[in-house]
Design a protein around this ligand. Structure first.
Ligand SMILES: [Zn+2]
Length: 196
């Protein structure tokens, strides 16, 4: 104990285990989204909520944060774990539920569609970078569900490779079911007067 102030000496945590932004707790049950973004942007969550406009017992949508973020020098690029369009049909016009009619010696036969490999759905290039890949180098906000199946949002710190959960905990990516990752780009740091 410090004999002058009476305070306990701070425990020294090795710097590589300290996240690049401080953990903030959500001020209400429905404000995990603004809290997660506020952490990454290093602004107090109350200030961010004030800028968005207060909600009474209603959850926030990530998009409500994006314009405020933009005016403060931050761009968030959204990446989905399972990218799909509203009607995820195969792009091949001749494909019907993954089957295509072809003619062999004048007789029509049904074969597997080469474009969608028989799934009938629009398939994506496997070279598309996955969220797991992107989280190695980028900070951002993860939106998805908790192990208990509740919709939730957490901040992601790439430096310590941890989710900073607005309920006040930290854990690895394997404990959160990611639907989307809002990758953070601080395009005008001079607009960012942050905390931490
Ligand atoms: Zn097809």
């Amino acid at each position: 104990m410090d004999p002058v102030t009476g305070a306990y000496r701070e425990v020294q945590v090795p710097s590589h285990l300290v996240p690049s932004f401080p953990l903030q707790k959500q001020p209400s049950k429905w404000s995990c989204i603004p809290t997660a973004f506020a952490m990454v942007m290093k602004v107090p969550v109350d200030e961010l909520i004030e800028a968005i406009g207060r909600h009474d017992a209603r959850g926030f949508h990530a998009q409500e944060v994006l314009c405020v973020a933009l005016s403060r020098g931050w761009i968030f690029s959204e990446h989905l774990e399972w990218p799909e369009v509203d009607a995820p049909k195969c792009r091949n016009e001749r494909c019907f539920d993954g089957r295509v009619e072809e003619w062999l010696l004048g007789d029509p036969i049904e074969v597997e569609c080469r474009e969608c490999k028989g799934t009938g759905k629009w398939t994506f290039d496997p070279k598309v970078r996955t969220i797991e890949d992107l989280t190695r180098t980028w900070n951002g906000v993860l939106v998805g569900t908790t192990a208990q199946g509740n919709l939730h949002a957490v901040a992601w710190c790439s430096k310590v490779q941890k989710c900073l959960d607005p309920v006040g905990t930290m854990y690895g990516l394997e404990h959160f079911n990611v639907h989307s990752f809002y990758l953070a780009v601080n395009y005008r740091p001079e607009l960012t007067i942050g905390i931490g």
